[in-house]
Ligand binder design. Sequence first.
Ligand SMILES: [Zn+2]
Length: 552
Amino acid sequence: MKAEELKLLELLDFQPEEGLIRFKDRRMLIFDADALGLLRKELIECLGPEGARGVLTRFGYANGYRDALTSKELFDWENDREWWFAGPAMHTMEGKLKANPQKVIFDKERGEFRVEAFWERSYEAEQHLLHIGKSEIPVCWTLVGYASGHATACFGEEVYFVEKRCVGMGDDRCEIIAQTAKAWGEEIKPHLRYFQSVKMQEELSHLTQELEKKKRELAKQRRELLRLRREAYLDIPPDLVAKSPGMRKLLDTAARLAGVDTTVLITGESGTGKERVARFIHERSPRSKGSFVALNCGALPEQLLDSELFGHRKGSFTGATEDRKGLFEAARGGTLFLDEVGETSPATQVKLLRALQEREIRPLGQDTTVKVNVRVIAASNQDLSALVKEKRFRTDLYYRLKVVVLEVPPLRDRREDILPLARLFVEKFCADLKREFCTLDSESLDLLLAYPWPGNVRELENAIERAVVLTDDCRMTSVDLPPEVRGEALSSDLLSVGKVLPLREMERRYILSVLERNQGNRAQTARDLQIGYNTLWRKLGKPEGQEDSKNG
Ligand SMILES: [Zn+2]
Protein backbone atom coordinates (compact mmCIF):
# COMPACT_ATOMS: atom_id res chain seq x y z
CA MET A 1 0.00 0.00 0.00
CA LYS A 2 1.06 3.58 -0.68
CA ALA A 3 0.52 6.48 1.70
CA GLU A 4 -1.47 8.43 -0.90
CA GLU A 5 -4.08 5.69 -0.85
CA LEU A 6 -4.99 6.46 2.76
CA LYS A 7 -8.52 7.79 2.99
CA LEU A 8 -9.29 8.94 6.51
CA LEU A 9 -13.05 8.91 6.18
CA GLU A 10 -12.94 5.33 5.03
CA LEU A 11 -10.78 4.35 7.91
CA LEU A 12 -12.85 6.03 10.57
CA ASP A 13 -15.75 4.22 12.11
CA PHE A 14 -18.30 6.77 13.37
CA GLN A 15 -20.71 5.50 16.01
CA PRO A 16 -22.39 8.78 17.07
CA GLU A 17 -25.12 7.02 19.13
CA GLU A 18 -22.52 5.13 21.10
CA GLY A 19 -20.35 8.16 21.73
CA LEU A 20 -17.51 6.53 19.79
CA ILE A 21 -15.30 7.26 16.81
CA ARG A 22 -12.84 4.54 15.99
CA PHE A 23 -9.77 4.47 13.78
CA LYS A 24 -9.57 0.73 13.42
CA ASP A 25 -9.51 -0.30 17.06
CA ARG A 26 -8.17 3.03 18.37
CA ARG A 27 -10.56 5.51 19.88
CA MET A 28 -10.42 9.01 18.32
CA LEU A 29 -11.80 12.31 19.56
CA ILE A 30 -12.90 15.44 17.80
CA PHE A 31 -12.22 18.57 19.58
CA ASP A 32 -12.04 22.24 19.15
CA ALA A 33 -8.55 23.55 18.29
CA ASP A 34 -9.34 26.47 20.60
CA ALA A 35 -9.56 24.09 23.54
CA LEU A 36 -5.99 22.96 22.80
CA GLY A 37 -4.97 26.59 22.46
CA LEU A 38 -6.37 27.35 25.91
CA LEU A 39 -4.66 24.28 27.36
CA ARG A 40 -1.42 25.53 25.84
CA LYS A 41 -1.88 28.92 27.42
CA GLU A 42 -2.57 27.27 30.77
CA LEU A 43 0.56 25.13 30.47
CA ILE A 44 2.72 28.15 29.66
CA GLU A 45 1.32 30.02 32.63
CA CYS A 46 1.87 27.05 34.96
CA LEU A 47 5.20 25.74 33.72
CA GLY A 48 6.66 28.68 31.88
CA PRO A 49 7.37 28.60 28.11
CA GLU A 50 10.26 26.15 28.52
CA GLY A 51 8.27 23.70 30.63
CA ALA A 52 5.22 23.91 28.37
CA ARG A 53 7.35 23.40 25.28
CA GLY A 54 8.77 20.21 26.80
CA VAL A 55 5.36 18.80 27.77
CA LEU A 56 3.82 19.55 24.34
CA THR A 57 6.82 18.23 22.39
CA ARG A 58 6.76 14.95 24.29
CA PHE A 59 2.98 14.73 23.97
CA GLY A 60 3.38 15.05 20.19
CA TYR A 61 6.30 12.63 20.13
CA ALA A 62 4.39 9.86 21.93
CA ASN A 63 1.40 10.44 19.64
CA GLY A 64 3.54 10.21 16.48
CA TYR A 65 5.46 7.17 17.62
CA ARG A 66 2.21 5.35 18.50
CA ASP A 67 0.56 6.31 15.20
CA ALA A 68 3.52 4.86 13.31
CA LEU A 69 3.30 1.52 15.13
CA THR A 70 -0.49 1.36 14.63
CA SER A 71 -0.30 2.08 10.92
CA LYS A 72 2.39 -0.58 10.54
CA GLU A 73 0.02 -3.07 12.14
CA LEU A 74 -2.98 -2.01 10.12
CA PHE A 75 -1.59 -1.65 6.64
CA ASP A 76 0.66 -3.59 4.45
CA TRP A 77 3.04 -0.87 3.26
CA GLU A 78 4.97 -1.29 0.05
CA ASN A 79 8.12 -0.30 1.88
CA ASP A 80 9.25 1.66 4.97
CA ARG A 81 9.41 4.87 2.97
CA GLU A 82 5.65 4.57 2.24
CA TRP A 83 5.07 3.70 5.88
CA TRP A 84 6.81 6.93 6.82
CA PHE A 85 4.89 8.95 4.21
CA ALA A 86 1.67 7.96 6.02
CA GLY A 87 2.82 10.29 8.83
CA PRO A 88 2.61 13.61 6.97
CA ALA A 89 -0.51 12.28 5.27
CA MET A 90 -2.18 11.56 8.62
CA HIS A 91 -1.07 14.94 9.98
CA THR A 92 -2.72 16.59 7.01
CA MET A 93 -5.88 14.47 7.08
CA GLU A 94 -6.36 15.09 10.79
CA GLY A 95 -6.48 18.80 10.03
CA LYS A 96 -3.35 19.71 11.99
CA LEU A 97 -1.47 21.21 9.07
CA LYS A 98 -0.89 20.90 5.35
CA ALA A 99 2.41 19.08 4.86
CA ASN A 100 4.42 19.89 1.73
CA PRO A 101 7.55 17.74 1.63
CA GLN A 102 10.15 19.37 -0.65
CA LYS A 103 12.99 16.94 -0.39
CA VAL A 104 12.92 13.46 1.05
CA ILE A 105 15.84 11.10 1.44
CA PHE A 106 14.88 7.84 3.12
CA ASP A 107 17.76 5.41 2.81
CA LYS A 108 17.87 2.90 5.64
CA GLU A 109 20.84 1.02 4.28
CA ARG A 110 23.02 4.09 4.22
CA GLY A 111 21.43 5.37 7.42
CA GLU A 112 20.40 8.54 5.65
CA PHE A 113 17.19 10.33 6.49
CA ARG A 114 16.63 13.90 5.43
CA VAL A 115 13.41 15.77 4.94
CA GLU A 116 12.89 19.40 4.04
CA ALA A 117 9.28 20.49 4.11
CA PHE A 118 6.89 23.43 4.34
CA TRP A 119 4.05 23.25 6.79
CA GLU A 120 1.09 25.41 5.98
CA ARG A 121 -1.92 26.23 8.17
CA SER A 122 -0.32 24.84 11.34
CA TYR A 123 -3.16 24.81 13.91
CA GLU A 124 -0.55 25.16 16.61
CA ALA A 125 1.04 28.35 15.28
CA GLU A 126 -2.47 29.76 14.81
CA GLN A 127 -3.44 28.97 18.40
CA HIS A 128 -0.20 30.35 19.75
CA LEU A 129 -0.71 33.64 17.95
CA LEU A 130 -4.29 33.77 19.16
CA HIS A 131 -3.74 33.06 22.86
CA ILE A 132 -0.15 33.98 23.54
CA GLY A 133 0.90 36.27 20.72
CA LYS A 134 3.86 36.48 18.40
CA SER A 135 6.82 34.42 19.57
CA GLU A 136 10.58 34.87 19.37
CA ILE A 137 11.07 31.15 18.68
CA PRO A 138 9.20 28.57 16.55
CA VAL A 139 6.07 27.31 18.30
CA CYS A 140 4.85 24.14 16.50
CA TRP A 141 6.05 22.04 19.40
CA THR A 142 3.44 19.25 19.28
CA LEU A 143 3.79 18.93 15.51
CA VAL A 144 7.57 18.78 15.64
CA GLY A 145 7.25 16.18 18.40
CA TYR A 146 4.77 14.16 16.38
CA ALA A 147 6.90 14.22 13.22
CA SER A 148 10.03 13.27 15.16
CA GLY A 149 8.35 10.38 17.00
CA HIS A 150 6.74 9.08 13.84
CA ALA A 151 9.92 9.24 11.78
CA THR A 152 12.00 7.64 14.55
CA ALA A 153 9.59 4.67 14.66
CA CYS A 154 9.66 4.25 10.85
CA PHE A 155 13.37 4.78 10.33
CA GLY A 156 14.43 2.74 13.36
CA GLU A 157 16.93 5.36 14.43
CA GLU A 158 16.62 8.66 16.29
CA VAL A 159 15.29 11.31 13.90
CA TYR A 160 14.62 14.91 14.86
CA PHE A 161 12.55 17.57 13.15
CA VAL A 162 13.61 21.15 13.73
CA GLU A 163 11.52 24.13 12.75
CA LYS A 164 13.60 26.82 11.03
CA ARG A 165 10.80 29.31 10.30
CA CYS A 166 7.36 29.47 11.87
CA VAL A 167 4.08 31.30 11.36
CA GLY A 168 4.06 31.78 15.15
CA MET A 169 7.10 34.03 14.69
CA GLY A 170 5.44 36.02 11.94
CA ASP A 171 6.87 34.00 9.00
CA ASP A 172 4.55 33.28 6.08
CA ARG A 173 4.85 29.51 6.57
CA CYS A 174 6.57 27.02 8.83
CA GLU A 175 9.68 25.36 7.42
CA ILE A 176 11.20 22.24 8.88
CA ILE A 177 14.30 20.16 8.38
CA ALA A 178 14.63 16.60 9.64
CA GLN A 179 17.59 14.28 9.91
CA THR A 180 19.04 11.67 12.20
CA ALA A 181 20.60 12.66 15.51
CA LYS A 182 23.95 11.54 14.09
CA ALA A 183 23.62 13.83 11.07
CA TRP A 184 22.54 16.78 13.25
CA GLY A 185 25.57 16.40 15.52
CA GLU A 186 26.11 19.25 17.98
CA GLU A 187 23.37 21.34 16.41
CA ILE A 188 20.59 19.21 17.88
CA LYS A 189 21.88 19.37 21.46
CA PRO A 190 19.86 22.45 22.55
CA HIS A 191 16.65 20.82 21.22
CA LEU A 192 17.07 17.48 22.94
CA ARG A 193 15.94 18.59 26.36
CA TYR A 194 12.40 19.11 25.04
CA PHE A 195 12.22 15.50 23.87
CA GLN A 196 13.66 13.93 26.95
CA SER A 197 11.20 13.18 29.65
CA VAL A 198 12.16 15.19 32.68
CA LYS A 199 10.71 14.84 36.09
CA MET A 200 8.89 17.87 37.42
CA GLN A 201 11.48 18.13 40.19
CA GLU A 202 14.30 18.34 37.62
CA GLU A 203 12.36 20.83 35.57
CA LEU A 204 11.83 22.94 38.67
CA SER A 205 15.48 22.81 39.63
CA HIS A 206 16.40 23.79 36.08
CA LEU A 207 13.96 26.69 36.27
CA THR A 208 15.32 27.67 39.68
CA GLN A 209 18.82 27.76 38.24
CA GLU A 210 17.62 29.87 35.34
CA LEU A 211 15.93 32.19 37.80
CA GLU A 212 19.07 32.50 39.89
CA LYS A 213 21.04 33.31 36.76
CA LYS A 214 18.54 35.99 35.78
CA LYS A 215 18.58 37.36 39.31
CA ARG A 216 22.36 37.62 39.25
CA GLU A 217 22.24 39.39 35.90
CA LEU A 218 19.65 41.76 37.26
CA ALA A 219 21.66 42.46 40.40
CA LYS A 220 24.71 43.18 38.24
CA GLN A 221 22.74 45.57 36.07
CA ARG A 222 21.32 47.24 39.15
CA ARG A 223 24.81 47.70 40.62
CA GLU A 224 26.02 49.18 37.36
CA LEU A 225 23.04 51.52 37.29
CA LEU A 226 23.72 52.60 40.86
CA ARG A 227 27.36 53.21 40.02
CA LEU A 228 26.44 55.34 37.02
CA ARG A 229 23.86 57.22 39.03
CA ARG A 230 26.37 57.78 41.81
CA GLU A 231 29.00 58.96 39.38
CA ALA A 232 26.57 61.39 37.86
CA TYR A 233 25.75 62.49 41.39
CA LEU A 234 29.40 62.54 42.39
CA ASP A 235 30.15 65.36 39.95
CA ILE A 236 33.79 65.65 40.92
CA PRO A 237 35.13 69.21 40.77
CA PRO A 238 37.80 69.66 38.08
CA ASP A 239 40.61 70.35 40.54
CA LEU A 240 39.99 67.04 42.34
CA VAL A 241 41.30 64.52 39.86
CA ALA A 242 39.92 61.03 40.45
CA LYS A 243 40.59 58.75 37.51
CA SER A 244 41.99 56.07 39.80
CA PRO A 245 39.62 53.57 41.44
CA GLY A 246 41.08 54.34 44.90
CA MET A 247 40.36 58.05 44.64
CA ARG A 248 36.91 57.49 43.13
CA LYS A 249 35.99 55.22 45.99
CA LEU A 250 37.26 57.76 48.49
CA LEU A 251 35.28 60.62 46.96
CA ASP A 252 32.23 58.42 46.70
CA THR A 253 32.38 57.78 50.45
CA ALA A 254 33.18 61.45 51.10
CA ALA A 255 30.14 62.55 49.08
CA ARG A 256 27.91 60.27 51.10
CA LEU A 257 29.44 61.52 54.37
CA ALA A 258 28.76 65.10 53.37
CA GLY A 259 25.10 64.81 54.23
CA VAL A 260 25.73 63.41 57.72
CA ASP A 261 26.95 65.92 60.29
CA THR A 262 29.52 63.61 61.82
CA THR A 263 33.16 64.15 62.72
CA VAL A 264 35.50 62.82 60.04
CA LEU A 265 39.14 61.92 60.36
CA ILE A 266 41.16 62.15 57.16
CA THR A 267 44.44 60.29 57.14
CA GLY A 268 47.11 59.97 54.50
CA GLU A 269 50.69 60.96 53.83
CA SER A 270 51.54 64.62 53.72
CA GLY A 271 50.86 66.31 50.42
CA THR A 272 48.05 63.92 49.44
CA GLY A 273 45.43 66.67 49.49
CA LYS A 274 43.59 65.97 52.73
CA GLU A 275 42.41 69.57 53.00
CA ARG A 276 40.97 69.45 49.49
CA VAL A 277 38.98 66.34 50.44
CA ALA A 278 37.73 68.10 53.58
CA ARG A 279 36.66 71.05 51.47
CA PHE A 280 34.90 68.66 49.06
CA ILE A 281 32.87 67.31 52.00
CA HIS A 282 32.09 70.84 53.17
CA GLU A 283 31.03 72.01 49.70
CA ARG A 284 28.47 69.21 49.46
CA SER A 285 27.21 69.40 53.02
CA PRO A 286 24.22 71.37 54.28
CA ARG A 287 26.85 73.63 55.89
CA SER A 288 28.21 74.73 52.51
CA LYS A 289 26.68 78.19 52.96
CA GLY A 290 28.76 78.61 56.13
CA SER A 291 32.51 79.09 56.00
CA PHE A 292 35.25 76.50 55.68
CA VAL A 293 38.05 77.36 58.08
CA ALA A 294 41.31 75.45 57.99
CA LEU A 295 44.08 75.44 60.56
CA ASN A 296 47.36 73.55 60.72
CA CYS A 297 47.68 72.57 64.37
CA GLY A 298 51.34 71.66 63.92
CA ALA A 299 52.31 75.18 62.88
CA LEU A 300 51.60 76.96 66.17
CA PRO A 301 52.90 76.69 69.74
CA GLU A 302 50.34 75.57 72.32
CA GLN A 303 49.17 78.93 73.67
CA LEU A 304 48.81 80.52 70.23
CA LEU A 305 47.00 77.45 68.93
CA ASP A 306 44.53 77.54 71.84
CA SER A 307 43.93 81.24 71.30
CA GLU A 308 43.51 80.65 67.57
CA LEU A 309 41.03 77.83 68.13
CA PHE A 310 39.04 79.00 71.12
CA GLY A 311 39.69 82.78 71.19
CA HIS A 312 40.83 84.90 74.14
CA ARG A 313 39.88 87.82 76.35
CA LYS A 314 41.99 90.96 76.46
CA GLY A 315 44.87 90.55 78.93
CA SER A 316 44.56 86.80 79.21
CA PHE A 317 48.21 86.48 78.24
CA THR A 318 51.05 88.76 77.26
CA GLY A 319 50.25 90.20 73.87
CA ALA A 320 46.50 89.71 74.20
CA THR A 321 45.69 93.36 73.76
CA GLU A 322 42.05 92.90 72.85
CA ASP A 323 39.25 90.32 72.87
CA ARG A 324 39.44 87.92 70.00
CA LYS A 325 37.10 85.25 68.69
CA GLY A 326 38.53 81.81 67.95
CA LEU A 327 38.04 79.73 64.82
CA PHE A 328 35.40 77.54 66.51
CA GLU A 329 33.25 80.66 66.62
CA ALA A 330 34.41 82.05 63.29
CA ALA A 331 33.36 78.83 61.58
CA ARG A 332 29.87 78.94 63.15
CA GLY A 333 27.44 77.10 60.89
CA GLY A 334 30.33 75.89 58.75
CA THR A 335 33.21 73.44 58.86
CA LEU A 336 36.44 73.62 60.83
CA PHE A 337 39.32 71.67 59.35
CA LEU A 338 42.07 70.79 61.82
CA ASP A 339 45.15 69.54 60.02
CA GLU A 340 47.97 67.77 61.88
CA VAL A 341 45.71 67.16 64.84
CA GLY A 342 48.32 64.70 66.17
CA GLU A 343 50.61 67.64 66.88
CA THR A 344 48.36 69.15 69.54
CA SER A 345 49.44 69.21 73.20
CA PRO A 346 47.63 67.13 75.85
CA ALA A 347 46.01 70.29 77.25
CA THR A 348 44.68 71.34 73.85
CA GLN A 349 43.45 67.79 73.26
CA VAL A 350 41.27 68.04 76.41
CA LYS A 351 39.75 71.27 75.11
CA LEU A 352 39.14 69.78 71.67
CA LEU A 353 37.43 66.77 73.19
CA ARG A 354 35.16 69.05 75.20
CA ALA A 355 34.35 71.11 72.11
CA LEU A 356 33.40 67.95 70.20
CA GLN A 357 31.46 66.29 72.99
CA GLU A 358 29.73 69.19 74.69
CA ARG A 359 29.66 71.44 71.66
CA GLU A 360 30.98 74.27 73.78
CA ILE A 361 34.31 76.05 74.26
CA ARG A 362 35.84 78.43 76.78
CA PRO A 363 37.98 81.26 75.36
CA LEU A 364 41.27 81.92 77.21
CA GLY A 365 40.73 84.22 80.15
CA GLN A 366 36.96 83.80 80.15
CA ASP A 367 34.99 82.07 82.95
CA THR A 368 31.91 81.18 80.95
CA THR A 369 31.56 78.78 78.05
CA VAL A 370 30.31 79.57 74.56
CA LYS A 371 28.13 77.20 72.52
CA VAL A 372 29.55 76.31 69.13
CA ASN A 373 27.89 74.97 66.01
CA VAL A 374 30.56 73.64 63.73
CA ARG A 375 31.42 70.41 62.01
CA VAL A 376 34.98 69.31 62.72
CA ILE A 377 37.01 67.47 60.12
CA ALA A 378 40.41 66.50 61.47
CA ALA A 379 43.39 65.24 59.56
CA SER A 380 46.70 63.66 60.36
CA ASN A 381 49.60 62.29 58.39
CA GLN A 382 50.79 60.50 61.49
CA ASP A 383 49.47 57.19 62.68
CA LEU A 384 47.24 58.41 65.52
CA SER A 385 46.85 54.91 66.96
CA ALA A 386 50.63 54.75 67.35
CA LEU A 387 50.57 58.14 69.09
CA VAL A 388 47.86 56.78 71.40
CA LYS A 389 50.09 53.82 72.26
CA GLU A 390 52.96 56.19 72.98
CA LYS A 391 50.54 58.17 75.18
CA ARG A 392 51.08 61.29 73.10
CA PHE A 393 47.46 61.39 71.98
CA ARG A 394 44.37 60.94 74.14
CA THR A 395 42.50 57.70 73.59
CA ASP A 396 39.08 59.31 74.11
CA LEU A 397 39.79 62.06 71.60
CA TYR A 398 41.14 59.50 69.15
CA TYR A 399 37.93 57.48 69.29
CA ARG A 400 35.84 60.64 69.11
CA LEU A 401 37.65 61.67 65.91
CA LYS A 402 37.83 58.32 64.17
CA VAL A 403 34.05 57.79 63.95
CA VAL A 404 34.60 57.82 60.20
CA VAL A 405 38.10 57.57 58.74
CA LEU A 406 38.91 58.48 55.16
CA GLU A 407 42.35 57.49 53.97
CA VAL A 408 43.63 59.51 51.05
CA PRO A 409 45.83 57.22 48.96
CA PRO A 410 49.41 58.30 48.24
CA LEU A 411 50.00 59.48 44.67
CA ARG A 412 52.09 56.36 43.88
CA ASP A 413 48.94 54.28 44.50
CA ARG A 414 46.81 56.38 42.13
CA ARG A 415 48.99 56.39 39.03
CA GLU A 416 46.01 57.05 36.75
CA ASP A 417 45.74 60.46 38.35
CA ILE A 418 49.36 61.59 37.82
CA LEU A 419 49.07 62.88 34.24
CA PRO A 420 45.62 64.48 34.62
CA LEU A 421 46.92 66.24 37.75
CA ALA A 422 50.10 67.29 35.96
CA ARG A 423 48.05 68.79 33.10
CA LEU A 424 45.80 70.53 35.60
CA PHE A 425 48.82 72.14 37.30
CA VAL A 426 50.37 73.11 33.96
CA GLU A 427 47.15 74.91 33.10
CA LYS A 428 47.00 76.58 36.49
CA PHE A 429 50.59 77.85 36.50
CA CYS A 430 50.43 78.97 32.87
CA ALA A 431 47.34 80.98 33.75
CA ASP A 432 49.03 82.38 36.88
CA LEU A 433 52.07 83.43 34.87
CA LYS A 434 49.88 84.67 32.02
CA ARG A 435 51.69 82.38 29.62
CA GLU A 436 50.46 80.49 26.68
CA PHE A 437 49.38 76.96 27.49
CA CYS A 438 52.48 74.77 27.77
CA THR A 439 52.84 71.09 27.01
CA LEU A 440 55.04 68.36 28.44
CA ASP A 441 57.03 66.19 26.03
CA SER A 442 56.64 62.43 26.11
CA GLU A 443 59.89 61.82 27.98
CA SER A 444 58.71 64.12 30.78
CA LEU A 445 55.40 62.30 30.94
CA ASP A 446 57.26 58.98 31.28
CA LEU A 447 59.40 60.41 34.08
CA LEU A 448 56.34 61.77 35.88
CA LEU A 449 54.75 58.33 35.70
CA ALA A 450 57.86 56.49 36.85
CA TYR A 451 58.67 58.69 39.86
CA PRO A 452 57.30 57.46 43.24
CA TRP A 453 56.26 60.96 44.45
CA PRO A 454 57.06 60.62 48.15
CA GLY A 455 55.78 64.19 48.61
CA ASN A 456 52.58 63.27 46.78
CA VAL A 457 50.32 65.76 44.98
CA ARG A 458 52.08 68.70 46.59
CA GLU A 459 55.46 67.54 45.27
CA LEU A 460 53.96 67.07 41.81
CA GLU A 461 52.47 70.56 41.95
CA ASN A 462 55.84 72.04 42.93
CA ALA A 463 57.62 70.10 40.20
CA ILE A 464 55.22 71.38 37.57
CA GLU A 465 55.43 74.94 38.85
CA ARG A 466 59.19 74.75 38.57
CA ALA A 467 58.99 73.34 35.05
CA VAL A 468 56.56 76.02 33.88
CA VAL A 469 58.78 78.74 35.33
CA LEU A 470 61.97 77.28 33.88
CA THR A 471 60.88 76.46 30.37
CA ASP A 472 61.88 78.93 27.69
CA ASP A 473 59.26 78.11 25.14
CA CYS A 474 55.99 76.41 25.70
CA ARG A 475 57.26 72.90 25.30
CA MET A 476 58.52 71.58 28.61
CA THR A 477 61.12 68.85 28.46
CA SER A 478 62.63 66.56 31.06
CA VAL A 479 65.39 69.13 31.69
CA ASP A 480 62.77 71.38 33.28
CA LEU A 481 61.82 68.75 35.85
CA PRO A 482 63.50 68.57 39.29
CA PRO A 483 66.64 66.39 39.42
CA GLU A 484 65.05 63.76 41.70
CA VAL A 485 62.24 63.24 39.19
CA ARG A 486 64.91 62.82 36.51
CA GLY A 487 66.51 60.22 38.80
CA GLU A 488 69.66 62.29 39.22
CA ALA A 489 69.30 63.62 42.73
CA LEU A 490 71.53 61.20 44.53
CA SER A 491 74.31 61.10 41.97
CA SER A 492 74.45 64.90 41.64
CA ASP A 493 74.64 65.17 45.44
CA LEU A 494 77.49 62.73 45.44
CA LEU A 495 79.29 64.67 42.75
CA SER A 496 78.87 67.98 44.50
CA VAL A 497 80.39 66.57 47.67
CA GLY A 498 83.69 66.32 45.83
CA LYS A 499 85.34 63.89 48.18
CA VAL A 500 84.55 60.39 49.34
CA LEU A 501 82.32 60.32 52.40
CA PRO A 502 82.08 57.50 54.90
CA LEU A 503 78.99 55.40 54.06
CA ARG A 504 77.52 56.17 57.48
CA GLU A 505 77.74 59.92 56.83
CA MET A 506 76.24 59.52 53.37
CA GLU A 507 73.35 57.60 54.91
CA ARG A 508 72.87 60.29 57.55
CA ARG A 509 72.70 63.00 54.87
CA TYR A 510 70.25 60.99 52.85
CA ILE A 511 68.01 60.47 55.88
CA LEU A 512 68.17 64.20 56.62
CA SER A 513 67.13 65.05 53.07
CA VAL A 514 64.13 62.70 53.28
CA LEU A 515 63.30 64.22 56.67
CA GLU A 516 63.40 67.64 55.11
CA ARG A 517 61.13 66.58 52.28
CA ASN A 518 58.68 65.26 54.87
CA GLN A 519 58.74 68.62 56.62
CA GLY A 520 60.43 67.15 59.67
CA ASN A 521 57.86 64.42 60.14
CA ARG A 522 59.98 61.64 61.66
CA ALA A 523 57.35 58.93 61.74
CA GLN A 524 56.66 59.44 58.02
CA THR A 525 60.40 59.49 57.27
CA ALA A 526 60.90 56.19 59.10
CA ARG A 527 57.99 54.71 57.11
CA ASP A 528 59.37 56.02 53.79
CA LEU A 529 62.78 54.54 54.55
CA GLN A 530 61.16 51.36 55.81
CA ILE A 531 63.06 51.40 59.07
CA GLY A 532 61.94 51.65 62.71
CA TYR A 533 61.55 54.94 64.50
CA ASN A 534 64.42 54.16 66.89
CA THR A 535 66.63 53.01 64.03
CA LEU A 536 66.02 56.37 62.37
CA TRP A 537 67.33 58.15 65.45
CA ARG A 538 70.29 55.88 65.83
CA LYS A 539 71.26 56.40 62.22
CA LEU A 540 71.00 60.15 62.60
CA GLY A 541 73.70 59.84 65.24
CA LYS A 542 71.64 60.52 68.33
CA PRO A 543 71.96 58.12 71.24
CA GLU A 544 68.62 56.32 71.72
CA GLY A 545 68.10 57.46 75.28
CA GLN A 546 68.14 61.10 74.24
CA GLU A 547 64.90 61.17 72.28
CA ASP A 548 63.36 64.32 73.58
CA SER A 549 59.71 64.64 74.48
CA LYS A 550 58.99 67.05 71.68
CA ASN A 551 59.16 64.34 69.03
CA GLY A 552 56.73 65.21 66.28
ZN1 LIG B 1 5.30 26.54 13.05
